[in-house]
Design a protein. Structure first.
Length: 605
């Protein structure tokens, strides 16, 4: 009997998909297409803004490619790892023109944030030192939340990968010194949520010259080595040693048709009086990738200039409601936090007052004890004084009797008379002193009695005051007010993620001869007016930020290592700053003139 054989369609194969913060594993059917895998990934991560992303892989010859959605995965020459598993990177393939206006979902913002951050840290996107410090502060806010002096430990930021190594190497600054610079701005971001911090990061990063540019080496008719930059707005042409400032630019609104044959690319302008824009790629295998990026960027360019679809409107409305809900939730948490802080403050005040009252009570008891001791002492002194006065009075009486007796005896004899008179005088003096002492002691006894009465009155008054104190300040209501100050804050609810939006399929391309009509769906004049709108208004709004960056630039300039100022991109950026130019003014200059004049300029490079 022949062994059972499984049909080829029943087979499956393992697939690994990595994003910059997660790793997913799937088992795909043998006949699964790129669309099947892409949709599966989008559903898994809850992504609906699918049109920005793609699955990148390394083909069997080591070239970077994007998975074609309309072809089977197994038919696309994918290099497999040791476990025979196909590995893909889920990355942003096309960049938005304006992140704040176009990116709707938080998951989309987060994926772009991670991708742009990695590109800056790996130095694929040039970022000047002062801007890299500011971006690092937003990255820290997104990761750790609000700055907390109690939990922040020196060296915590220094251990994070926050700055490009090129920036670190160029300055005589330790990681702790960089940390101090980052912390200054990090402390200013208090109250900013993770998605807000990531959006601020992207808004600053999109002003960098190399942001959103895919570079390809090309040649013109004079065999001059140049760079072709495919962007969301059009095609930029750069000199070989300068990826920051394009020499000329062709916007999507003025390009009608793109095709390639072998290494030759032919771009037909909308202006029929203008000659074709022709360049030569250095590697034939890159042609499909160049054309694919041109098609995708042009489609998104056209899409942005049309009314939003119903689905996109619903996504934006849902995102707006979610942001409002989260803002209400954040406000509520902030209020509860403030109430908790206020309750803690009141509790501390009550505890302080309680300690104060306890101290006052202790002092009152101490004063009462001393008053009682003083009263007892005064009573004892009064008793002793009375006894002494009685004794002195008795002695005075006895002295008077003795005088009387002596006077009677003095009459008996003359001699006794003289003696008696002398003794009498002595006795009278003694008597006078005893009487005086008796009167003094009697007065002192009287005074001690008065003090005793006053002390007892003071004792009585202290006891009454202590009783009043207990009645007014140390009641059960004061204690109950302390225990009623605590409440538990509400916990925020996690947002729900929606189903992903079906992505559009890309046309099948022929390697030897391929073409794509870019102009069949829009009016050239209207699109030309649209693309000519620059970002000068945004630049004016960010003047305060530019002043901060310039201040930091001035501070750290003195710490720059002289022999390491050899990065040609740093020198180009320095020249750009000295001329007062930026990304948008440079792009505006590169678009000046007619299409015909710019084609001629390109051919003369």
């Amino acid at each position: 009997m022949a062994p059972f054989r499984r049909k080829k369609s029943d087979k499956s194969f393992p697939v690994k998909v990595c994003s910059l913060d997660a790793e997913l594993e799937f088992n795909l059917e043998w006949r699964a297409t790129g669309r099947d895998l892409f949709d599966l990934v989008c559903r898994t991560i809850g992504l609906r803004e699918t049109w920005y992303f793609g699955l990148q892989y390394e083909d069997s010859k080591g070239f970077i490619s994007w998975l074609k959605l309309d072809k089977k995965v197994q038919n696309q020459s994918i290099q497999k790892d040791n476990q025979s598993s196909a590995t893909f990177m889920f990355l942003g393939k096309f960049y938005p023109e304006e992140v704040a206006e176009e990116l709707v979902q938080e998951v989309t913002q987060h994926l772009f944030f991670l991708q742009v951050k990695q590109a800056i840290l790996s130095m694929d996107i040039y970022c000047p030192p002062e801007a890299s410090v500011l971006l690092a502060s937003y990255a820290v806010q997104a990761k750790f939340g609000d700055f907390d002096e109690d939990t922040f430990k020196p060296g915590m930021l220094a251990s994070e990968d926050l700055l490009p190594q090129r920036v670190i190497d160029q300055y005589q600054m330790t990681l702790e010194m960089w940390e101090d610079r980052i912390k200054v701005w990090y402390m200013d971001h208090r109250g900013m949520s993770r998605d807000e911090a990531e959006m601020e990061y992207l808004k600053i990063a999109q002003d960098l010259d190399m942001y959103g540019v895919n570079y390809f080496p090309i040649l013109n008719k004079k065999d001059t080595d140049l760079w072709l930059g495919v962007t969301a707005l059009g095609l930029n042409i750069y000199e070989k040693e300068n990826k920051l400032q394009p020499k000329t630019t062709f916007t999507w609104s003025e390009i009608r048709h793109i095709s390639f044959d072998d290494k030759k690319f032919i771009i037909k302008p909308v202006d029929k009086n203008s000659p074709n824009f022709v360049f030569f790629s250095q590697k034939v295998r890159m042609n499909k990738l160049i054309l694919d990026l041109c098609i995708g960027n042009h489609d998104l360019f056209m899409r942005r200039r049309k009314p939003d679809s119903m689905e996109l409107q619903q996504m934006k409305a849902a995102a707006k409601e979610e942001k409002q809900r989260r803002q209400v939730q954040r406000n509520q948490l902030a209020r509860e936090k403030q109430l908790r802080i206020e309750a803690e403050r009141k509790r501390a005040n009550l505890e302080q007052r309680l300690l104060q009252y306890q101290e006052e009570m202790r002092l009152a008891n101490e004063a009462l004890r001393r008053s009682e001791e003083s009263a007892d002492l005064l009573a004892e002194k009064s008793r002793v004084a009375e006894e002494e006065a009685m004794l002195l009075s008795q002695k005075a009486s006895e002295a008077e009797q003795e005088i009387t007796r002596m006077r009677l005896n003095a009459m008996r004899s003359e001699e006794e008379k003289v003696s008696l008179e002398r003794k009498t005088r002595d006795a009278e003096l003694l008597t006078a002193r005893l009487v005086e002492e008796s009167e003094r002691r009697a007065a002192e006894a009287s005074r001690l009695k008065d003090e005793l009465l006053k002390a007892r009155a003071a004792e009585k008054q202290a006891k009454e005051k202590l009783l009043d104190f207990f009645k007014t300040n140390y009641t059960s209501s004061s204690v109950n007010s302390v225990s009623s100050l605590y409440s538990n804050p509400l916990s925020p609810q996690s947002p729900d993620l929606n189903d992903p939006e079906p992505a559009r399929s890309s046309p099948d391309l022929n390697l030897n001869s391929a073409a794509y009509d870019l102009y069949s769906t829009a009016d050239a004049d209207q699109l030309n007016l649209e693309i000519e709108k620059d970002k000068e208004e945004y630049w004016q709004k960010s003047k305060h930020l530019q002043n901060q960056l310039m201040e930091l630039r001035t501070v750290i300039a003195v710490l720059k290592v002289g022999d390491k100022q050899n990065d040609h991109l740093d020198k180009l950026h320095e020249q750009q700053v000295q001329l007062g130019e930026n990304k948008y003014s440079t792009l505006k200059k590169s678009k000046s003139g007619s299409t015909k004049s710019r084609v001629a300029f390109f051919e003369d490079l």
